[in-house]
Design a protein around this ligand. Sequence first.
Ligand SMILES: C[S@@+](CC[C@H](N)C(=O)[O-])C[C@H]1O[C@@H](n2cnc3c(N)ncnc32)[C@H](O)[C@@H]1O
Length: 338
Amino acid sequence: MNAPISPASPASPADTLRTALAGLLDGLPPKQATQAVDRLIANYRGRTPTDAPILRDRADVAAYAAYRMPATFEAVRSALDALADAAPEGWAPGSHVDVGGGTGAATWAVASTWAGERPVTVLDWAEPALALGRELAGAEPRLKAARWQRSRIGASLAIESTDLVTVSYVLGELTEADRASVVEAAADAAAQAVVIIEPGTPDGYTRIMEARERLIAAGFRIAAPCPHSAACPIEPGTDWCHFSARVSRSSLHRQVKGGSLAYEDEKFSYVAAVRFDPVPPSARVVRRPQIRKGQVLLDLCGAEEELRRETVTKRHGPLYRAARDADWGDAWPPPSAE
Ligand SMILES: C[S@@+](CC[C@H](N)C(=O)[O-])C[C@H]1O[C@@H](n2cnc3c(N)ncnc32)[C@H](O)[C@@H]1O
């Protein structure tokens, strides 16, 4: 990764965000917080696309931020890590526009992936989401100057020119025509990279595949997760490419979902497309590795545009140790073992 920020740093954006989100529900009776989340989940279920924002007021956006933002933040951060790994040494975006950015999860993920300051603009049609995003960003010096602008995704959407455009968990809320518009506008605006993230469901993956095709047609190359820019080797309808990010559960999560698990796994699909020459890995681990006695089974998507299973055994020495450490979504083999 380029210019990484140590996750152990006490002032890392991830820590600052966690603290800011915890403060959000201070003073809100637990029952009220739970009700706001229930309403949010009900509103999202089966009612999108809508012709008016779902996030209508402060209670909606506070519930969204406290309940969903930690997960969307981790998913975006994983996608950006993979982009950083496939970018030339030292590359970092000089500016960022987050479309349908809501409370700004992707802006925090960018700040946590690349050091340094950059102009940041967040576009969304929900004013309460922008207002809360601005408030949260006040806690992170590098996001304080971000611009939060009301903007509706549609045929007339124009995005200012920027290095990086992110579109995180938005396509699923749009009509087919608006999905095409936002991807085309992102491609027009991005001088360097477009990163699109969706839930890790069959539908989310299908939307990512459509976006991927549009980005390739617009002259982009795929930096991640695919090790190539050719067609996806998954036969439509048989499987879907997705990954998993671990998210610490907040007390609100435990309240709403019950149980005492300290974490949950957010499943997501994504594509990172670039205008420069990417250095994608020779293969990527596309399922959770299966560790057996003396061997590790890795399901891989390879640069030769094929899916394959590799069995790495003790006889492979250092590669076996690397396989035991390999995670779903990692590049394979790891650079240190190549
Ligand atoms: C699920 S939220 C994702 C928010 C944020 N990107 C994240 O990853 O946490 C979807 C966002 O898309 C915005 N959105 C949906 N349809 C839109 C439209 N037509 N124009 C602008 N924003 C839209 C919503 O207001 C909301 O903030």
